[in-house]
Structure formats: structure tokens, C-alpha cells
Design a protein around this ligand. Structure first.
Ligand code: ADE
Length: 233
């Protein structure tokens, strides 16, 4: 079954309102919803903010039968061409706050693990097609950098750009990616840009987050239409 996950109410409430045949599955620390969206059976949930919440929720989704995972939400733009409202479809994901450099590991690398988790090619292609239908915004494919930090400085942006070649910064995607990769479950992360992660990020985030969350939701809907038309959704 396809699972759709966000971190905050604003990121999933529009989809939840449209969920048909809705059932509630209570799990420790999280509520999962099972139902049908655009004719496709789905699991839908809000996992909460940060990597621990994201990993826990992804694990519950996999136990509940998720065989593909889409993460939808907002992010701070890091790529210099990105503007508020634009969409990033993940190529791969890194945990920018992991630091074992004292033991000679590259920044972001957990010893014994891959430095970056690659998103599924098919889900990426479907997401990209759907994202290009959202009017008035640009869509880029790129690396998503996750960490338990809200980035709000030009130094922070610069670090993510130069050290990780990240397109955007958020707080969950790579944790979901790590859990899914370990289980062999395909995933993709779709983020719309709520701020540019610099000195005005806190104000911009509060102003634009509810508005741009709609773009990511539009992409998910477009993906469901496409995935519903193909076998095994
Ligand atoms: N999500 C949205 N904007 C963000 C930022 N600037 N840093 C981290 N996560 C975010």
C-alpha cells in the first residue's frame, strides 16, 4: 500500500479532508489513517517534527503495510535559484547534522551507512511529472538535507550548499529515507519552499508555510492519479 506522510497538520490536512473510507489506526505516538484517495488505497499520517518522529512514524507505516512512501511538506530553499513556492523533488537525502568527522568520516556520514539515501527513480519521475503541472512555480530535482535544526542564516545555507550540494533543508526526509532503505521500500520526498533558510526564514516560514504546503499537496494528488492508473498502487 502507498503511504503518504507529512510532519505537520498543514502538510496533510488537505489530503485528510479528502480521504474516503477513512479508518483510524492508533499506534504508540502516532495516529495512522487508512482510506482511499483519488481511487488509490493509502495510509496517511502526520508524523511530527524532526528525525526521531519521522523514523518512528515511517516504521509504524511499514508495519501497517506500506510498500511505497511519499513524504510531503515544506522546506527552506538552499539552491540559490529557488524561490518561495517552488518545488523540490528529492534525488537523494543526507543527514546534515550527523558529525563523526572526529573519526575521519565525511560530514553527514553515519559509520557503516551510506552517506546519502537515493529516492526511488519511478516515484521521482511520477512526482516530477505531477509537479510540473503546478502553475506559476519552478520544480527542481535535488538533494534534500535533513537535520534537527531550523536553518535561518546565510552561513547555514552556505554550509548546506557547499558541503552537501543540497537543494533544500528540512527536518525529516532523510530519516524516512534511512528507514525505508533498510526495509527495501521505495520512497520519495516532495517539498515546497516556504523560506530561503536565511535571516528572514522565521518570518517567511510563518507567512508562507500554509500557502505553499498546498503545492506539495497538489503534487501528491497528481501522483495518485498517475499511480492509480498503473498497477500495484
Ligand atoms: N522547513 C521549512 N523551512 C525550514 C528551514 N529553514 N530549516 C529547516 N526546516 C525547514
Amino acid at each position: 500500500m502507498l503511504a503518504i506522510m507529512g510532519a505537520m497538520d498543514e502538510e496533510i490536512e488537505l489530503l485528510l479532508a479528502e480521504l474516503q473510507e477513512r479508518e483510524t489506526l492508533e499506534r504508540p505516538g502516532v495516529t495512522l489513517y487508512r482510506g482511499v484517495l483519488e481511487g488509490v488505497p493509502v495510509l496517511l499520517t502526520k508524523g511530527g517534527i524532526g528525525k526521531v518522529n519521522a523514523a518512528m512514524t515511517a516504521t509504524h507505516l511499514l508495519h501497517a503495510g506500506a510498500t511505497r512512501v511519499i513524504f510531503t511538506g515544506v522546506a527552506g530553499g538552499v539552491h540559490p535559484n529557488l524561490r518561495v513556492g517552488d518545488i523540490v523533488v528529492s534525488t537523494d537525502l543526507v543527514q546534515h547534522d550527523v558529525d563523526v568527522t572526529a573519526l575521519n568520516y565525511a560530514p553527514g556520514t553515519i559509520p557503516g551507512e551510506t552517506p546519502c539515501w537515493a529516492a526511488d527513480e519511478h516515484l521521482r519521475a511520477v512526482a516530477l511529472e505531477a509537479a510540473r503541472e503546478v502553475e506559476g512555480v519552478q520544480t527542481v530535482e535535488g538533494r534534500v538535507a535533513s537535520g534537527d535544526q531550523f536553518i535561518a542564516s546565510s552561513e547555514g545555507v552556505q554550509r548546506l550548499w557547499t558541503e552537501f550540494s543540497a537543494s533544500c533543508a528540512e527536518m525529516e526526509g532523510a530519516a524516512v529515507a534511512q528507514v525505508c532503505a533498510k526495509a527495501g521500500v521505495p520512497f520519495v520526498v516532495i517539498r515546497s519552499v516556504s523560506d530561503t533558510a536565511d535571516h528572514s526564514a522565521n518570518v517567511d516560514y510563518r507567512t508562507f508555510m500554509p500557502l505553499v504546503a498546498r503545492h506539495a499537496k497538489q503534487v501528491v494528488r497528481g501522483m495518485l492519479t498517475r499511480l492509480g492508473a498503473s498497477a500495484g498502487a
